[in-house]
Design a protein around this ligand. Structure first.
Ligand SMILES: NC(=O)C1=CN([C@@H]2O[C@H](COP(=O)(O)OP(=O)(O)OC[C@H]3O[C@@H](n4cnc5c(N)ncnc54)[C@H](OP(=O)(O)O)[C@@H]3O)[C@@H](O)[C@H]2O)C=CC1
Ligand SMILES: O=C(O)CCC(=O)C(=O)O
Length: 483
């Protein structure tokens, strides 16, 4: 039997789990009567203590053999993979992803840790010929110091893992503030890092409201901050970091277009759109929220997608039949329903869904919404909803589709469904997004390649894979006379 007893969460400071008054409840969005955890209300004092411990521990961690750092990350990755069912269940209960999605995310976090175990050992410097005789030049990648990580609720273990793992692999220490909606899953990551043998102080976890993130962003002893969340908070974090010349990396939202051309394989296009728009309850910054459909296939596509969306089983995250879990928190649910109303008021036609529903339990459920007859200038096509709400824009030509796809202040991910190599190649080249998919959903990316967007979606160097070395290291250029 699974042990679903409520957890009492603690901060991790200086390698010790610190008891603190349990101030706030974390309730399951699948069933608000279920208490998942009690969390403390950390603040400036806890951030000060965690940063001081991280600062003290970081030099020895940076000077340790890369093999040691690699082993710790590898062990932590193994622990996550071994516990993916247990931690995935906690994630599903806390955030509302289906159990399959949550177990998959936990496994993905384990793989991320293992990938960066390898990166810790890889050569990132260079030996070069000098332009001067008898002079040698080398470049080194060195640790930066202490990183603050501010993470969101929608990927409560994968995002903390893909920020923490490269920071640690390259010899930095970390102080992390998880989202208030999902602190228990983030604490599970901290637990495996401790169990894997991470030296005390190298990883700190401070649980609390937004002021913890603000204290991290402003802290003079934090050398860089990686943030994922909303544009508004991202801008505040960036301003605080720039005011003291700290590094900053922001991953914010998307308004990701999926173009469907007349020549697309219709079944595939419908499956791609359904996955991109509604899986993980649409709560992915990479979700396909704008479906830009050429007129020859438009009506058949809308009808087929609506049929599949109506058939999606919305329900409790732990029910094996469920295909779409609840919305993660009440304010997000309100925001989703508001946008359905806004789109209708703007002239959009509600094809299906968009309703608050009751499941067998008292959860935050809504049906997946499709709105047709929308235009690029409408708010529904300009602002991020972050829920299971997709709007359809009808276009005449590929050129019009590309223009509509690029008409956004965001530029994270984009996709096209077509059997035309010419259009696929052109779209890959001219779509103004950081990630471009052909006949694939805009969401659901690999962990070993760069992740990030253009325009208002991202700021700073790319995250993940081999690109992560840019943000989490600094380059030193060393000259020596060899005569
Ligand atoms: N992956 C993505 O791109 C995500 C995008 N979003 C977008 O943001 C919208 C709102 O979601 P929300 O969760 O409120 O996102 P936020 O940007 O508010 O939260 C992201 C993280 O920042 C923290 N935070 C809140 N206020 C501050 C502050 N002043 N300084 C520093 N850190 C702070 C949050 O803590 P706490 O949770 O305690 O408030 C959380 O850990 C969504 O509807 C969606 O549009 C949200 C999540 C992920
Ligand atoms: O699409 C993915 O796999 C990742 C999405 C993501 O990082 C996010 O929604 O924050």
């Amino acid at each position: 039997m699974a042990d679903d007893a409520p957890l009492t969460l603690r901060h991790l400071i200086g390698g010790e789990w610190i008891d603190a008054p349990a101030e706030r409840e974390v309730r399951s969005p699948s069933d608000l009567s279920e208490l998942v955890a009690l969390q403390p209300d950390g603040g400036v004092e806890e951030v000060e203590a965690a940063v001081a411990a991280a600062r003290a521990a970081q030099p020895a961690w940076a000077d340790a053999s890369p093999e040691l750092r690699s082993d710790v990350l590898d062990r932590a990755g193994t622990l996550l993979l071994e516990r993916k069912d247990r931690i995935g269940r906690l994630l599903a209960r806390e955030e509302g992803k289906t159990l399959a999605e949550a177990v998959g995310e936990t496994a993905r976090a384990g793989r991320v840790l293992k990938y960066f175990a390898g990166e810790a050992l890889r050569r990132h410097g260079q030996n070069l010929e000098s332009v001067r005789p008898a002079v040698e030049v080398q470049t080194y990648r060195q640790a930066v110091g202490v990183f603050g990580l501010i993470t969101p609720w929608n990927f409560p273990i994968a995002i903390p893992a893909w920020k923490a793992a490269p920071a640690l692999a390259f010899g930095n220490a970390v102080v992390m503030k998880p989202a208030g909606t999902t602190p228990a899953t983030a604490a599970a990551l901290a637990e495996v890092l401790v169990e894997a043998g991470l030296p005390k102080g190298v990883f700190g976890l401070v649980i609390g409201p937004g002021r913890v993130g603000a204290a991290i962003a402003a802290h003079r002893d934090i050398d860089g901050v990686s943030f994922t969340g909303s544009q508004g908070v991202g801008a505040q974090v960036a301003a605080a970091c720039m005011a003291r010349q700290a590094r900053v990396q922001l991953e914010m939202g998307g308004k990701n277009p999926l173009v469907v051309l007349d020549d697309a394989d219709l079944d595939r296009a419908v499956s791609v759109a359904l996955d991109g728009a509604f899986f993980a309850t649409g709560q992915r910054c990479t979700a396909s929220s704008r479906l830009i459909v050429q007129e020859g296939v438009h009506d058949r596509f809308v009808e087929a997608l609506a049929e599949r969306a109506r058939a999606l089983k919305v329900g409790h995250a732990l029910d094996p039949e469920t295909q779409m879990g609840p919305v993660a928190n009440a304010s997000q649910l309100e925001q989703n329903l508001d946008y359905v109303r806004i789109a209708q008021a703007e002239g959009g036609r509600l094809v299906c869904g968009g309703e608050r529903t009751q499941g067998r339990t008292d959860g935050l459920y809504m049906t997946p919404a499709i709105l047709s007859e929308t235009t690029p200038d409408m708010r529904i096509n300009r602002e991020e909803v972050f829920g299971p709400v997709a709007s359809i824009i009808r276009v005449r030509t590929y050129e019009e589709a590309l223009e509509a796809a690029n008409a956004s202040v965001f530029g994270l991910s984009s996709g096209i469904c077509t059997t035309s190599l010419k259009h696929a190649r052109h779209f890959q080249r001219y779509s103004r997004a950081g990630m471009v998919m052909v006949n694939l959903p805009t969401a659901g990316v690999d962990y070993h390649v760069p992740f990030g967007g253009t325009k208002g979606s991202s700021y700073g160097p790319r995250e993940q894979g081999f690109a992560a070395v840019e943000f989490y290291t600094q380059t030193k250029t060393a000259y020596s006379f060899a005569g």
